[in-house]
Design a protein around this ligand. Structure first.
Ligand code: BEZ
Length: 255
């Protein structure tokens, strides 16, 4: 996981992430299958967070390095015995040393995707693959729209509602091709995602800067956003589902 560097900076607590964000790693089966990691391969896990997936790669026998920008999450990853480093995904400077670059639920936090793609290219050996999944076009659209609506009513900064990069498949494929990649497969996959700890916890974990801008009103803004979302994202039993759409991609650096 990685973040933009402006005043809208998102920070992470490993405890909160483990309690309310564990589903992120739990739902990564498909991208793992696309990666098909092999024992002995040298793999870079870009935006490794607390290392929940990095650990699975290491268990398979891969020589895996995780990078992220959250020291708190990196500390949790180190406690799992993983090799990790603090690196900005926009400034990767590994010299053609990895068989694969893998990323799950992190690239949407990186606001300059061309720089990220260039760094991934540099990091891969010729013939190496880039396999990633992250938020695609339309991801959490209802949630962002509800935040924007409440922000407009309260004269807040709407841009804090949705700072993410959620590309369509065509747009992202073109970016990769422009960098020289051979795009093997790319697609958008709607994935309604149950939120076991509810919508408010999701909002507080993932969009803290938006609510903080309202100071002492933050809690009532949170109530209002939740109420707007209830008819579309909460069922009759009180179970919340987030309107996730994933983009999944496999691209190869030609020999
Ligand atoms: C995602 O994984 O798609 C995501 C998570 C938090 C905020 C935005 C998107």
């Amino acid at each position: 996981m990685n973040f933009n560097t402006s005043s809208s900076k998102q920070t992470w607590s490993a405890d909160a992430y483990s309690t309310h964000g564990r589903f992120v790693a739990d739902l990564a089966g498909a991208v793992f299958e696309w990666l098909a990691p092999q024992a002995g391969e040298k793999i870079l896990d870009l935006g490794c967070g607390d290392g929940a997936l990095t650990h699975k790669l290491a268990d398979i026998g891969a020589d895996v390095l995780g990078v992220d920008m959250s020291d708190d999450l990196l500390a949790a990853a180190r406690e799992r015995g993983l090799k990790v480093m603090n690196r900005d995904g926009h400034k990767l400077d590994f010299p053609a040393e990895f068989d694969a670059v893998f990323s799950n639920a992190a690239l949407h936090w990186m606001s300059q995707p061309e720089l990220v793609i260039d760094g991934i290219w540099r990091a891969l050996k010729p013939g190496g693959r880039f396999v990633a999944e992250f938020g695609g076009h339309g991801n959490v659209a209802a949630i962002v729209t509800a935040m924007r609506a409440v922000s407009a009513r309260r004269e807040g900064d709407e841009s804090l509602a949705g700072p993410w990069f959620f590309p369509s498949a065509d747009v992202y494929a073109d970016m990769l091709a422009d960098a020289g990649f051979d795009v093997r497969r790319v697609g958008l996959y709607p994935r309604p995602t149950p939120l076991k700890t509810g919508m408010k916890e999701w909002l507080k974990l993932f969009r803290k800067p938006f609510f903080e801008q309202f100071g002492t009103e933050a809690d009532s803004v949170l109530d209002e956003v939740e109420q707007l979302l209830r008819p579309s994202l909460c069922d009759a039993r009180g179970n919340w589902t987030a309107d996730y759409v994933r983009i999944r991609v496999e691209a190869v650096k030609p020999l």
